[in-house]
Design a protein around this ligand. Structure first.
Ligand code: 5AD
Ligand code: SF4
Length: 470
């Protein structure tokens, strides 16, 4: 059997891509899949069917890395049985751990950082031809030469293939890569490199092409999406201007953007969202903590008072906007009083939803260097659970007024449960999303996938609206 899987015996490979982490990674994997299939490789649904297994990885918390290392460990025997199998580690962990990956998992063949994904196709051929292991990463940000560092993080924005996309009616479009904020806990600036905005005309061309192929909803992506700034044409184009330029593209119905940083939430941007009907009244704008002392230690660059003002500005301009947030509990030095203030901000903010994380020290960040991880795990766990419970109550209260009302949704397709039981009757459970990013579940025929329509909400919980076609 082994011979069948020998590397190099054929140029075309059967590739399985496993993706973890944020939407940036999901987009990168989509772009990689498209590019590899254009190069003649076949994408397969499971690692079992593959002769090339790629992990697109995340470094934001330890837990995400541990999962990848154990998955790599489990592949050791596959490599023994089928030595021709190529195993690749891509993305943030590749940039962060580099050689360490090969030390911990010597059967890995290829390590490619986020700033080098454009070379993946060639690198795969090279490794298949026996030149392994291969490590392709960008320069360390701390290595001094700013321009050389910048040049080594190459934005990965290959030409899209809009006809062969996983969800034809929805697309993510990167408008910037990297991050220059250096929040003290965060590894992203190190692994994704310096902030680089894409020229507005290229973004517009991509969105237009997607819309021409039936895409109704575009989500603009950036680590700090609202610090977008294109000065390439001699003019300064900010996110609000970009939204204005994309707004009138024929066929496009919805525009969203994530993730915002509170520092760049300007009155102009809020006004642009309020004035452009296709732009969703939805802001994901992480607060991280409700304590000024902790925010300072996090190097976030704003106070709780300023964050609250921003919420008030959004409220004034767009009464029914949905705001969502992220919080980290158990940051070094977080006292009961600091935590109480975070609870206060969650209650005050009345967020549609919040993602809550336990602080995880990341080697290479300021927080890991300067502060001891001194909040015991049990305390982090308790604070996390309590904050989640408080947020769930608020989410439920935010959803309840929708009972009995009609909401407009984009139908994304059969729910996970329905996908497992294909062909079961004419009506299946469908999932759709409101402009404010609420998930709606209802019964309907598969053919409704990709349509924008109204559903009547009958029941809600903290995370889901349950509706029916009117
Ligand atoms: N520990 C815990 N959570 C983190 N995040 C980023 N870095 C860390 C870390 N070291 C969280 C932040 C961010 C989200 C994507 O992940 O809340 O907004
Ligand atoms: Fe990380 Fe802060 Fe940049 Fe977000 S803004 S990616 S939390 S450094």
């Amino acid at each position: 059997m082994a011979g069948m899987f020998d590397a190099g015996s054929s140029m075309s490979r059967r590739v399985y891509i496993e993706t973890v982490g944020c939407q940036m990674n999901v987009l990168d994997s989509e772009l990689i899949a498209a590019e590899l299939s254009r190069r003649g490789h076949e994408l397969v649904e499971t690692a079992r069917k593959a002769d090339t297994i790629l992990f697109n990885t995340c470094s934001v918390r330890q837990h995400a890395e541990d999962k990848i290392y154990s998955a790599l460990g489990r592949l050791k025997h596959i490599k023994r049985q089928r030595p021709g199998t190529i195993i690749g580690v891509l993305g943030c962990m590749a940039q962060k751990d580099q050689k360490l990956i090969l030390r911990r998992a010597p059967h890995v063949d290829l390590v490619v950082g986020p700033g080098r994904l454009g070379q993946l196709g060639e690198l795969l051929d090279r490794v298949a031809a026996g030149r392994r292991p291969w490590i392709e990463v960008s320069r360390e940000r701390s290595s001094g030469d700013r321009l050389a560092v910048l040049a080594s993080f190459r934005p990965y924005d290959p030409v899209r293939h809009p006809a062969a996309r996983p969800a034809p009616h929805q697309a993510m479009v990167r408008i910037m890569s990297g991050c220059d904020r250096f929040c003290s806990y965060c590894i992203v600036p190190a692994v994704r490199g310096p902030e680089q905005s894409r020229p507005a005309d290229r973004i517009k061309a991509e969105v237009r092409q997607l819309a021409d192929h039936g895409c109704l909803e575009v989500t603009l992506l950036g680590q700090t999406v609202n610090s977008y700034e294109d000065t390439s044409g001699g003019r300064r184009i900010r996110l609000g201007d970009l939204l204005g330029r994309l707004h009138d593209i024929a066929g496009l119905r919805r525009l969203k953007f994530v993730t915002n940083h509170p520092r760049y939430m300007t009155a102009e941007l809020i006004a642009a969202v309020a004035g452009l009907p296709k732009v969703s009244p939805y802001f994901h704008v992480p607060a991280q903590s409700g304590s000024n002392r902790i925010l300072r230690r996090m190097n976030r660059g704003y106070t709780v008072e300023r964050y609250r003002e921003m919420l008030a500005e959004i409220g004034h301009a767009l009464g029914d906007a949905a705001v969502t947030s992220d919080f980290i509990v158990g940051f070094p030095g977080e006292t009961e009083e600091d935590y109480r203030q975070t609870v206060g901000l969650v209650r005050h903010g009345r967020f549609k939803n919040s993602f809550i994380f336990k602080y995880s020290p990341r080697a290479g960040t300021k927080a890991a260097e300067l502060y001891e991880d001194d909040v015991p795990y049990k305390v982090k766990q308790q604070r996390n659970n309590k904050l989640l419970a408080i947020q769930s109550e608020i989410s439920l209260e935010q959803n309840e007024p929708l009972i009995g009302r009609q909401v407009e949704i984009l139908v994304e397709g059969p729910s996970k449960a329905a996908q497992k039981r294909p062909g079961h009757g004419r009506l299946v459970q469908l999932v759709g999303r409101t402009t404010c990013d609420r998930i709606v579940v209802f019964q309907g025929s598969r053919e409704l996938t990709g349509r924008i329509l109204s559903v009547q909400i009958e029941k809600v919980d903290a995370f889901t609206l349950f509706g029916r076609l009117p």
